[in-house]
Design a protein around this ligand. Structure first.
Ligand code: PAF
Length: 269
């Protein structure tokens, strides 16, 4: 595996495979790899001749400086994990490389970016759409993999790719969960053992909501019924049916200083 830090190097590294007609796959990440990332890399490895993983903690998509500063980082460890997953190229640019002085263009994903996560984190999806569009333009992959865990991000990216006719196919990979049901997230590392116990109400609530929906009941009411007793230790930001494809029960909660999101498609078993 080779680590590449500049746009020019990346283009150069991909020139020959592209000339040969090889299939280039991209997994965009912010590092701090866990089994969820490994599932994305595995799917990319199976379907691509050249697997590129980008590792870039994108400052503009963080709502507060605090959140950005405490985001877990560890490129050396991530490089070992990426290599073990069969990644060919790790694209780890600096902030200056992607946002040089004078950078002043952004991709606005419209209405979908203003609800749910977008309502809680204004500007977040514009920043995600902008960096992903840049990555698609730099790497020019035929395929790119995103986790279902960030269902709204997936929907936003699909919207951008469709609306701008970007020549990349977006592939969704199901959420990977720990044995206790908590969806894997780099932010889980911030939870104490006691907070983690509290956080388990989130996947439990979503499962109850999906079950209620299957029985013809209101999924939001059922999910809130599970979350309410935990309130005090946990703050509910939203529980909503998101009109993605497929419709999805989505929620965001805060446990201590950690914000967690999760979702389950309503048709799931
Ligand atoms: O999901 C993430 O890790 C990030 O939002 C992404 C897609 C890499 C863009 O910075």
């Amino acid at each position: 595996m080779r680590t590449v830090r500049t746009v020019a190097e990346m283009r150069e590294a991909l020139a020959r495979p592209r000339r040969r007609g090889e299939r280039i796959g991209l997994v965009p990440t912010m590092g701090a790899f866990h089994d969820g990332h490994r599932a994305l890399m595995r799917a990319a490895r199976e379907a691509s001749d050249v697997v590129v993983v980008s590792l870039f903690v994108n400052p503009s998509q963080f709502t507060t400086a605090d959140d950005l500063n405490r985001y877990p980082r560890g490129e050396a460890k991530d490089a070992v994990a990426a290599e073990a997953a069969g990644v060919d190229l790790l694209f780890a640019p600096s902030v200056e490389e992607l946002y040089p002085d004078g950078f002043d263009t952004s991709v606005d994903p419209g209405e979908l970016a203003t609800v749910l996560e977008g309502a809680s984190r204004p500007g977040h999806f514009r920043a995600v759409a902008t960096v992903c569009t840049k990555l698609f333009s730099i790497v020019q992959p035929q395929l790119a993999w995103f986790g279902q865990k960030d269902a709204q991000q997936l929907a936003v990216i699909r919207g951008v790719v469709g609306d701008l006719n970007l020549p990349v196919e977006i592939v969704a990979v199901p959420t990977v969960r720990d044995r206790d049901g908590l969806a894997l997230s780099s932010r889980n590392a911030f939870l104490s053992a006691a907070e983690r116990d509290v956080a388990l109400a989130l996947p439990r609530a979503l499962r109850a909501g999906v079950e209620a929906h299957r029985n013809g009941d209101d999924p939001v009411v059922a999910a809130r019924r599970i979350l309410e007793p935990a309130e005090g230790d946990l703050t509910v930001e939203y529980v909503q049916v998101a009109h993605f494809d497929p419709p999805t029960l989505a929620a965001a909660v805060r446990v201590g200083t950690t914000r967690l999101i999760d979702n389950i498609p309503l048709g799931a078993h």
